[in-house]
Design a protein around this ligand. Structure first.
Ligand code: HAM
Length: 420
């Protein structure tokens, strides 16, 4: 071990496990690519104000968890704690919304940073795959995104997850509800921190997990009863579309998300095998965010799924992804001349698209065959001086152990034929 370790709350992705993470990212991205979403990549850091305005000054993410810093040049930046504000910023900056093709549908995959108390499933550096559909108010778009996330999880074999669904209302009805809720909460016996939260972000109090708080919340006004007719109709349409698509969900009036930009549809994917960090993904509509960061009115909706937690969910369900072996052919040279000849063959096979690896470091036959085994290769190419004198190499089937000589200039064809 070196003097250094990965920083607290982080971990390294290392083979062979790292292949699982790649497969999860690909599985989440596949339905998006198949549904008109284009890939976007934005910087790992942004102007800190983008997040304080976008995600919200009163959220934990901004007030406690952001890696904010000032550069030597005096710029105030922050490592991105989430993707939505960045993606919208980039879309506005590139004028994608002016190309006359709304909604702008984008997907992304990357690392995010939150200074949280680390525990299983909660890290300071984590990974999301996300999708944003910018510039359209259409319940079918909300439904599309939820259906695609469901499809992604199911394609991985996951089944023990639930979809929680809620509507947070809009700028007409939510303030009325907020007032009513505040009135109710002010009458409760709450600690000082929570009382402060009642004043700046009362909806978050509903999300308080502590029993002392929860038992006082019985009888709290419900947002459902305050939704305006337009929000009610919109939500009803989303629900019907989901039901029509055969996607089961649970209405959860208490679902409040940890980011301030949400309006109307909000949802979370929770997995029942993960303990306290059970949210594997979440999202919703954010009709006001564009204006909050200085853009035009652009009603939008999106989600992000946590890659780390999705991998934990696979483990919790005992799902082994079928990952094809990365190497098809492994070359084992015996002696100096064979090394040169086989290295040439390896290059030829690779250029022809056959996944091939080579025994480096002058290992003996036993050590080299061990490497061949570990690589998962289906075939080994073995050659010593006697083989070369005869102009052949031995092609060994690693499963059956059978071995046969193949002329040097026929190796590519022989390998292709067998792998086909
Ligand atoms: P979020 O709910 O904060 O939403 O994060 C989405 C997912 O990222 C979570 O459900 C979880 O799986 C994963 N995640 C969050 N924090 C951590 C952590 N500390 N460690 C491991 N995994 C974590 C958003 O980020 C929104 N931008 C989603 C969105 C997109 N809404 C609209 N568009």
């Amino acid at each position: 071990m070196s003097t250094f370790q990965a920083p607290k709350g982080t971990y390294d992705l290392i083979p062979p496990d790292s292949a699982k993470y790649l497969a999860v990212r690909e599985a989440i991205a596949a339905p998006l690519k198949n549904s008109g979403y284009g890939y976007i990549e934005t910087p790992g850091f942004e102007n800190v104000e983008l997040f304080s305005r976008g995600v919200g000054e009163s959220t934990d993410i901004v007030s406690k968890e952001m890696y904010a810093f000032e550069t030597k040049g005096g710029d105030k930046l922050a490592l991105r704690p989430e993707g939505t504000a960045s993606v919208l910023r980039a879309a506005l900056e590139a004028n994608l919304h002016k190309l006359g093709n709304l909604p702008v549908k984008l997907w992304y995959s990357g690392s995010y940073y939150r200074y949280e108390r680390p525990q299983k499933g909660r890290y300071r550096h984590f990974s999301q795959v996300g999708a944003e559909a910018i510039g359209a108010e259409d319940p079918a778009l909300d439904a599309e995104l939820i259906i695609l996330a469901d499809q992604a999880y199911r394609s991985l074999g996951l089944s023990q997850f639930r979809i929680l669904l809620n509507s947070l209302g809009d700028k007409e009805c939510r303030p009325v509800y907020r007032d009513a809720l505040q009135g109710f909460l002010r009458g409760l016996e709450l600690d000082e921190d929570t009382r402060r939260r009642v004043e700046i972000n009362p909806l978050r109090v509903l999300d308080d997990k502590r029993a002392v708080v929860q038992k006082q919340l019985v009888g709290a006004p419900l947002l459902r009863d305050y939704l305006c007719d337009a929000c009610k109709a919109y939500h009803e349409e989303v629900r019907e579309l989901l039901t029509g698509a055969g996607v089961a969900y649970q209405d959860d009036e208490k679902l409040v998300r940890g980011l301030d930009y949400y309006t109307r549809t909000t949802f979370e994917f929770v997995h029942d095998g993960l303990g306290s960090q059970s949210a594997v993904g979440g999202g919703g509509r954010y009709d006001g965010l564009s204006e909050m960061i200085g853009g035009p009115a652009l009603p939008s909706v999106g989600w992000a799924l946590g890659v780390d937690r999705t991998v934990l969910a696979l483990e919790a369900e005992g799902i082994e992804l079928e990952l094809p072996a990365t190497t098809s052919v492994f070359a084992v040279p015996l002696g100096e001349e064979a090394r040169r000849v086989l290295f040439g063959l390896v290059t030829q096979l690779r250029r022809a698209g056959v996944a091939t690896d080579f025994s480096y470091g002058g290992k003996g036959l036993k050590g080299a065959m061990k490497s061949a085994n570990r690589s998962g290769a289906r075939y080994a190419l073995v050659a010593g001086e006697r083989d070369l004198a005869e102009g052949v190499v031995q092609l060994k089937d690693m499963q059956s152990g059978e071995q046969s000589p193949v002329a040097l200039d026929a190796v590519l064809d022989a390998v292709r034929e067998r792998l086909a």
